[in-house]
Structures are given as C-alpha cells and as structure tokens.
Design a protein around this ligand. Structure first.
Ligand code: HEM
Length: 481
C-alpha cells in the first residue's frame, strides 16, 4: 500500500475507533448501555467501521471461548487499542505477538510459579500492615471516611515494588517521584484515548500532554534501567541474589527473597539464551503497569461489596479469625467463603472491562457464523459477567454463585476476570494471593460500612468509581496477629 493510502486508512480507522469509543462511553451510563446491548443481543453484535472494517463485540461464553482459546500464533493484539502503551511498556509480553510473545511467555512463566509466589505473602502482609497503621491513625483523628482507591493503589504499588525490585519506596507514607510518574502515565494514556487529535504521534509528542508523558516515561525507565543494570552487575560478581531485605531496611544484610528481576535475569531458554537488559526492563515496567491498578481495583471493590452486605462481611471475618487463631498469615490460601466473595466481586466489578484481539484467520463461532480475519474482536468481560442468560439477576452481589455445587454446570468461560487461553493474565495467582491477604487482614482489623456517597462506576484502564470509592472504617480490637 502506498504511503499516502496508508495514512488515509490509518486516519479513517482512528476516527472510526474513536467514534466507537465515544459510543462506548466510559461512564456509569456507558456500562448501563452495555447492559441494554447484552439484553438485546445476548451473544454478540457487530459495528461496521465503514465498508472495510468491522468490530465484533462478544458477551457470551460460548462465543468468547473459541476466540480466547485460539492459538497465540494467529492472535494479534490490536495496535489501535494497545498502541498508546508502547512508548511506556515497549515490546513486552502484554504487547508482543507471535514467536516473540511465545519466547517471552516461556521465559517469564517460572517467575509466577506457586512456590515463588508463596514467598511474596510476607510482603503483602507487610504492605497491608503499613496501610492499616495509617487507617488506625486516621480513624483515631476522626477521619474514618476514606477513599479506598487512594490508599489501596499506594499499597499495591508498594508491594509490587518490593516483589519486583526489592525496593522499599516508603510510598505509602511519603511521596515518590517514581510513583507519581506511574500515576501520571496511567492518567495520560486514558486522556489520549479520548482525544482524537492526540491519536497522531506527530501531534501528541508536540502537545503539553505528550511532553509530560515523555518526562514521566524517562523517570520510570531510568529507575527500572538502573535497578536491572545494578542487579546484573551484582549477579556477575556474587553469583546469586543478595541484597536489601523486605522489612523496611532495619535488619542488617540478610538473605532476601529472590524478586522478579532476579528471576528474569536468571531465566534461560533451552539454548541457554536469556532476556537482555532492555527486555527485562520492558517486562518489569509491564508488571508495574499490569499489576498495581488492576489488583487495587479488585481489592477496593471487594471491600465495597462487603460493606454493602454486613452478613457476608461477618461470615468472612469469622472465617479469617478462625483460621488465624493458631496459624500464621502465610496460610491464607484456605478461606473458601472469603474466596467466593472475592470471585463474586471480580464478576460484578471486573477490574478489566474488555480485551481486544484480531485474528489472522477467519474464526468460526457457534451457529457456523464466521468472524472474518482482520476484524477487531472486543471480548466484553463486563458484558459476559452481566449476561442474564448466564448469571440470573446479574446486578445482585451473591457469593453463593461460586459455591462449587452451584458452579459445576457453568461454562468454563462464564467467569474470565483474568481473560483466558494462551494470552491470559500471567499474574493471576499473584493477584489472587494478594487479594486474599489484604481482604483477610482488613476484615480482621476493621469493620467497613458504606461511605454515604452514591457510587458511580468509572471504567477507565481499570474499573474505578467517580470521585473515589469512599467507605467508613471502624477499628476493631483484632486478636493478636
Ligand atoms: C486483579 C488483578 C488483575 C486482573 C483483573 C488482571 C487482568 C488481566 C487481563 C484481563 C489480561 C489480558 C489482557 C489482554 O488480553 O489484553 C491480563 C494480562 C496480563 N497481566 Fe494481568 N491482571 C491482574 C493482575 C496482574 C498482575 C499482579 C500482574 C503482574 C505482576 C499482571 C500481569 C499481566 C501481564 C504481563 C499480562 C499479559 C500476558 C500475556 O499477554 O501473555 N496482571 N491481565
């Protein structure tokens, strides 16, 4: 295709996608419009972007399943939806395709092995302790109404920084340039999506927002690059991970838990090739992006849902107190009812509302319908989780849906907060472990009641609430932890 024609097609597509994005408003009303679409079409519907392109939205597990389970070799992450993240995240696992993705995924998967994740539970505990001490102080000062998002985002960033870099940023107590840059980048990506003229690099990089994006990227990249290079040098000299502890620095040189950077530096394929420093940097930036806001959204909405249902909250608290009576907080794996409450919250308030894909082959869905190759497929996690054909009374918070007895006849793709198939979330076990620890410790130490403000959902990169998610905290005399 000649250059001029390519520019025209690109312009045309961006305008079309922008129109679709505007029609799918990122507001409470936008989500209600999706509810209406799902009630009307129940499995999928198509939007034609002019004569050449189509966008297919899917809301039913039977339609979603063949798409998400398709081999990664024919799956392409769509540049129109994911491209704005590239200057920040580079060619990382989230954004790469084909053989490049396959190699990265193989090298990264061992870093998320269950045995490795067990080591991070202490870190989740420690970061929760810091947040809870702050909450106790605020409650004692009479400020018992708090925005959960605000506190929990800092807490998940804190724990992720410790798990990824063994870095104690102290960000829950004082401001940090790196943390401010991460928040800035997340906000700027959303803003850029909503402004059609900023979709063109040549205009964006000249705008004040583009300049701020560059500045924030250089802070984040500078930080990650330095840690990776220092750690590589350490590894060459000392041969194995050693360095800061995870308890805040007060203890002298003790052997620390291997963090993600150590694991990525050590990982090798069967030919003995590992990841380069630039590749490790991209993956670490992606963990920070993909892991903090999503988990913060998940935790915040669980606490919100439990604040609305004191009976479920009491039952979870009793379960947690029972378990912790004579065991340590590393054992939080076995909390069946609390886990059901967490899952129901991830259904009702999925942190990620949708994922998009293109396929390099025609894709067949039930009824012999064919989605032509190259179409943009938008898998609506929100629509699927609110589909009344699958979930009766979809807007009701009912953890009993996840009782094993009630789940056994449900499609494997009815519940997909972490997507599914080869390109599912690599961090889902990490996220579920953190969710369990933070929710359990919070319920042990605080009673949560509604914050007295109407909650309007705000689907951005992750699901938030307009003006924050405010809850009222009451300090409990927790049994000794
Ligand atoms: C509640 C928390 C989380 C939710 C709801 C979530 C959700 C998702 C979803 C829906 C995807 C698919 C994205 C797509 O196809 O475009 C994804 C991918 C990914 N997530 Fe998560 N995530 C969470 C936590 C995490 C954590 C803690 C990490 C890392 C520490 C992480 C790292 C990633 C990465 C690297 C990918 C790309 C995987 C690939 O393409 O192979 N996520 N996540």
């Amino acid at each position: 295709m000649c250059f001029y024609l390519r520019v025209c097609v690109c312009f045309y597509l961006r305008v079309c996608v922008w129109c679709v994005c505007v029609c799918m408003r990122s507001t409470e009303e936008g989500l209600q419009a999706v509810d209406q679409l799902v009630r009307t079409y129940s499995h999928s519907c198509s939007w034609f972007l002019g004569p050449f392109y189509s966008l297919v939205r899917l809301f039913h597990p039977d339609y979603i399943k063949p798409l998400l389970l398709a081999p990664a070799s024919i799956t392409v992450k769509d540049e129109l939806f994911y491209g704005f993240l590239r200057p920040w995240l580079g060619q990382s696992l989230l954004l790469s395709n084909g053989d490049d993705w396959f190699r990265r995924r193989r090298l990264l998967t061992p870093a998320f092995h269950f045995d490795i994740l067990k080591n991070y539970v202490k870190i989740f505990n420690h970061s929760s302790d810091i947040m809870h001490s702050k909450w106790r102080r605020l409650v004692a000062e009479g400020e018992s109404r708090q925005d959960m998002f605000n506190h929990i985002s800092l807490m998940t960033l804190d724990s992720l920084l410790r798990c990824t870099f063994s870095y104690n940023s102290n960000c829950q107590e004082s401001s940090s340039e790196y943390i401010a840059a991460i928040f800035e980048l997340s906000t700027l990506v959303i803003e850029r999506r909503g402004r059609i003229l900023h979709h063109w690099d040549c205009l964006y990089w000249r705008s004040p927002e583009g300049q701020r994006f560059k500045q924030a990227c250089s802070v984040v990249h500078g930080f990650t690059r330095t840690v990776v290079q220092e750690r590589r040098a350490q590894l060459l000299h000392r041969g194995e991970p050693e360095g800061p502890d995870t308890t805040g620095g007060e203890e002298k040189k003790k052997k620390r838990v291997a963090d993600f950077i150590d694991l990525l530096l050590l990982s090798k394929d069967e030919d003995g090739h590992g990841l380069t420093d630039e590749e490790i940097k991209a993956e670490a930036d992606t963990f920070m992006f993909g892991g903090h806001d999503t988990t913060a959204s998940g935790i915040s909405w669980v606490l919100y849902n439990l604040s609305q249902h004191q009976d479920y909250q009491d039952r979870c608290r009793a379960e947690v107190n029972d378990l912790l009576q004579d065991r340590k907080t590393e054992d939080l794996d076995c909390l069946p009812f609390t886990t059901m409450c967490i899952k129901e919250s991830l259904r009702l308030h999925s942190p990620v509302s949708a994922v998009t894909r293109r396929y390099t082959k025609d894709m067949t869905v039930p009824g012999g319908r064919v989605i032509p190759q190259g179409s943009i497929c938008l898998v609506s996690i929100y629509g699927n989780h609110h589909n009344p054909e699958i979930w009766p009374d979809p807007d009701v918070y009912n953890p009993m849906r996840f009782d094993p007895e009630n789940s056994k006849d449900r499609s494997s793709h009815a519940f997909i907060p972490f997507s599914s198939g080869p390109r599912n979330c690599i961090g889902q076990k990490f996220a579920m472990a953190e969710l369990r620890v933070v929710v359990a410790l919070t319920l042990r130490r605080f009673r949560l009641t509604p914050g007295g403000v109407e909650v309007r959902r705000l689907p951005q990169l992750v699901l938030r609430a307009e003006g924050g998610l405010w809850l009222t905290l009451e300090t409990l005399d927790a049994p000794q932890d």
